[in-house]
Every structure is written in C-alpha cells, then in structure tokens.
Design a protein around this ligand. Sequence first.
Ligand code: C2E
Ligand code: MG
Ligand code: MG
Ligand code: MG
Length: 281
Amino acid sequence: RAKADGRGQFRFFSPEQDASARARRALEADLRLAIERGEIALAYQPIVATATGQITSVEALARWSHPVHGPIPPDLFVSLAEESGLIHALGALVLRRACADATNFAVDVRVAVNLSPLQFQGGALCEQVRAILAETGLDPHRLQLEVTEGLVIRDVEATFHELNRLRAQGIHIHLDDFGVGYSSLGYFQRFRFDTVKIDKSFVDTIATSASARAIIGAVVGLGGALGMKVVAEGVEEAAQMELLVALGCTHLQGYLFSRPVSAEAVRALLAQPAAPLRAAL
Ligand code: C2E
Ligand code: MG
Ligand code: MG
Ligand code: MG
C-alpha cells in the first residue's frame, strides 16, 4: 500500500491510482481474450504516389472494439500489449491477417504492417515472417514492415542484423514517425531503409511553420540522396498536400485521401481507376 520514496517518507497510492491500475489490468485481461478469439480487426489506409495519384500501398492498422467500452485507441492497447507480453500474439495475428488480406488486393499494391520494437526480441521474427508469407502465399516484395526509431536504441547490432535478414527476403523496411523519436542520422548509415515516413506533427504545422518546411525539405533531400521514398503522414488538407508536393515528398498518406477503412472497402477502392485520388492531387 505504501512505498518509501527514498527520503524516509512514505508515498501512499490514492484510491484513484488503485482504481486505474485495476482498470488497466481488467482491460489487459479483455485484450488477451480478444486476441485469443481473433477479435482484433484491421483497417487499411492508402498511401498515394504523388507523381501518379495511384495507391501504391496500404497500411494495416489494428482495431479493437471492446464489448463494453467500445473502440479502444491502438496507441493504448498496443502499449498494454507491450507491457503484458501480449504483443507477440497480437503482432502475429496482425501480420497473418494483413498478409492474407493482401493476397486479395490488386497485385501491384503493397501492404505495410507496424512492428513493435519488442517483436525483435527473441530473434524469431524473421522465421515467423517467413512462415506467415509461406502460409498465406503473399509475395515477400509486397510486404512492408514499419519500425520506429525507438526500435534501434535497445540492441543496435541485433536489430540491424534482424532487419537485414528481413530485407534479404525482399521485404521493404519503413522508418515510421521520423523526426519525433530518438532520431540519429547514423541509422541511415547503418541500414538502408526503403522508405522514411515523416511524422504527422511536421505536416500539421507545415502551413505556418518555416522550420517544419525546412525539416521536411531536409528529409526529402536525405531520402533522395540515399534512395529512400519519403512519405508524409497525416495529410488532412489540400494546402498541406500542395506544400508537400512542392517540397518533393514522393508519397502521401492521410484523411485527405482516405481514412483507414475495412479490407473490403480498400479492396473496392483499389479496384477503381485512380480517378478519385488523382482528383485530390
Ligand atoms: P502509425 O503507424 O504512425 O499510424 C498512423 C496513424 O495516423 C494511424 O492512427 C492513422 O489512423 C492516423 N492517421 C492517418 N492519417 C491521418 C490524418 O490525416 N489525420 C489524423 N488525425 N490521423 C491520421 P491509429 O490507427 O490510431 O494508430 C496509432 C498508432 O498505433 C500507429 O501509428 C502505430 O504506431 C500503432 N499501431 C496501430 N496498429 C498497430 C499494429 O498492428 N501493431 C503495432 N505494433 N502498432 C500499431
Ligand atoms: Mg505506421
Ligand atoms: Mg506513423
Ligand atoms: Mg505513430
């Protein structure tokens, strides 16, 4: 109930803190059940090439609708899964379903799957991915894995080794949320990412912030020099799109083009000619 805070005093947990810890544990138990029952859904959000207006890829985003509390934000249940060790089961479920769904999408469209840094622990990720690709029959070239900067700070050597093994299978590796984490330009020297995704926070302020534009321009320059595609995330307004195109981003993703939608809806979107998205550009 009480803990010494190291200065001979006691800090008591408030009833509120107790209740919130209990609520978290209850949610964790529900998440475990939902994963076991396969009740995690995937939504897919298009990524559009600025040059053509075509959807080149779709990002798989996990969705959990709690029977009582309704939709739980992914940031919340992913971190809950990371804290409780459920991330391995969740990660496998997401990967398996995304690869299976992608076999029903147009063949020139890739699918991007987010990975937690914790999925790199244990050294079994590469074999798991290989097994899921074999099981679903998805061409490895159509799979993109999104990792965040936080990934690299744990065990640098092991992580880059695992990333290289994944790339050797033909899988593309994206660096997600670039610019807001523990960024080190040195990563780009250690590993050639296929794509760098500029965090939404830069896009949000692009119209008003000269420094946001300078940073995006610098990342585009880096991407061009290192042969990486540059995706801007969270594009909501036409004015943002115009600035991002002018700055040279090769790909865009955001509500302006499409919200994340069901597998069936994205499949229908992909079956259409590029007209609706081209119109936005
Ligand atoms: P992320 O990988 O950076 O994904 C992009 C997030 O931005 C998604 O939020 C997407 O819905 C949102 N987004 C895209 N365009 C717009 C826009 O124009 N406006 C706004 N306001 N938001 C936009 P979501 O789906 O809530 O996911 C949040 C984060 O949760 C993801 O960020 C990712 O880090 C994590 N996540 C989601 N699914 C998974 C998963 O299957 N595995 C893991 N490990 N993490 C996941
Ligand atoms: Mg992502
Ligand atoms: Mg992101
Ligand atoms: Mg994110």
